[in-house]
Write a new protein. Structure first.
Length: 95
């Protein structure tokens, strides 16, 4: 049985991933998520100190419905970072 894994216009689930440094620390998680059959329904919300310093590899996120980067400046706590990610999420469900 074939499943449609093309990105959908509206994500079903927003996945918040936070890092105090760069994409290198998040890449294993993103590669695991990209192997999920529902990847085309996922929005990935990256939360990092800055967009430029994150160094996102755009080829790793092509199969997702959408992705965005939230820059929070100084990384004070994981709670602050997660809250910023939740506020930026566009899906009704957030993980």
């Amino acid at each position: 049985m074939s499943q449609d894994v093309r990105p959908s216009a509206v994500p079903s689930l927003s996945v918040i991933v936070i890092t105090p440094d760069t994409y290198v620390t998040l890449r294993p998680i993103i590669l695991c998520l990209s192997r999920q059959t529902v990847r085309g329904q996922l929005e990935i919300v990256f939360v990092a100190p800055s967009v430029d310093d994150l160094g996102l590899d755009e080829t790793d996120v092509r199969s997702f419905a959408t992705h965005r980067v939230v820059a929070i400046g100084e990384f004070v706590s994981t709670s602050v970072a997660r809250a910023a990610g939740v506020r930026a999420a566009s899906a009704l469900l957030v993980a």
